[in-house]
Design a protein around this ligand. Sequence first.
Ligand SMILES: [Zn+2]
Length: 406
Amino acid sequence: MRVTVTRAYKTELDLNNRQLTACKRHAGVARFAYNWGLARKQEAYKVTGKSPSAIDLHRELNALKKIELPWMYEVSKCAPQEALRNLDNAFAHFFRRCKLKQEGKWRGKVGYPQRKTKKQGVGSFRLTGAIAIFPTAIQLPRLGRLRLKEREYLPLSGIKVLSATVTEQAGHWYVSIQVEQEQTVPVNNGPTVGVDLGVKTLATLSDGTVIPNHRHLKRRLKKIKRLQRAVGRRKKGSQNRKKAVRTLGKEYRKVGNQRANTVHQFTSRLAKTKSVVVIEDLNVSGMLKNHHLAQAISDVGFAEFRRQLTYKAAWYGCRVIVASRWEPSSKTCSGCGWVDEDLTLADRVFRCENPGCGLVMDRDLNAAINLSKLAGSSSESQNACGEDSAGRSREAAVKLPTQSGA
Ligand SMILES: [Zn+2]
C-alpha cells in the first residue's frame, strides 16, 4: 500500500564564516520578531482585550521595517514571518493547556509564552519558498548553497519540500527539512507484543525481551554534574565562566543525542518487527514524579516515545494500541486474572495469591503480558496507517490512541 506522509529530515550543516554570520543574523531577526510580537500582543491585549494575529503583526512589522528597522532587509522575509507564526502556535498551545487544566486533565505547567534570550542559545529560524537539494548541499532563500556534512542523506527526488528550519546547538548548525513524500507500507507479519516501560530497564516486552538502560548515560550524567560545579566556581561575567558554560553545553548535547538515539532505535525496532504493539497510556507528569520511567524515556518524554512509535508504525505497517490508564496491568495476574490490590512500586516480583495458580513472575514482564492480551480484546482498534490515510496518515495515526484507548 502506498501512502503520502509528512516527515522531516535533519542533518548537520558545514558553514563557512560568511554563511555563519548570515545564519546568526537570521536567527537574531527571528528572535527579535518573536519578542517584539509577544510585547505587541501583551500591549494590545491590555488596551483592547484582543490579541493581534501573526498576519496582523507581520503587516505592522513590515511597515516598521521601512522606517526603524532597515537591518531587517538583510535577511529573508520568512525569518520574522515564521517566528510570528511560532508565537501564534505558542499561544494556541498555552490556551489549550489552560482549558485542559480547568477540566482537570493537565497537571503540568500551562506555559505562558516567554521572551527568547540569547542565553538559551543562538536559536533557530524557518524558511519557506525556493529550497533545492543537492547531494552535498542545500540551497535556501537568501543564504544560497550551504554544504552538508553528510552526503546524500536528504532525499533528492520524490518529495515536496514544505519548509526548512536552521537550528544552532552548542556550536553546531543543523537544517531540518519538512517534506511530503510517497511511501510504500510493507506487509508486517511480526508478532503481537505488549510493552511495559520500566523503572530500572528501558522496557520489558511480553515475549520476555528486556531492553536495558545504557550504562554510558550514567557516566555522562556524572560528568555533567562535575561541569556544572565548575561553572558555579567561576566568576560571573568572566571569560573562564563563558568557556565552562560552553563545555557544559557540549556535554548536554552529547547526552541529549545519546538518549534520543536510544529511544529512536527502540521505537524503530518495535515498529519494524512487530505487527501489533500494546502500550500503556501513562499519565506523564504523575509518572515523572514517581521516577517510574527509565532515564532515556523520561528525558525525551513518554509523549515523544508514543509519538515516534505511532508515526513509525504507520511507515512499517504496524498497529499501536494504547491501553486505558485505568487498566490495572501491573496489579493483575497474567495467569489467572487475580488482582493484587496491595502491589506497590517497590514490589519487583509479582506473586499470585490465588491458590490454584501461584504464579511468581517479574513484575514488568507480568504487566507486559497483560498488555499484549489487550490486543485481542480490543476490537475497536484500527490500523495505525488507516485505510484512507493518503495525505493525512500522520494525523490519523495521532488520533488513533483516543479511538482505541477504551
Ligand atoms: Zn494467578
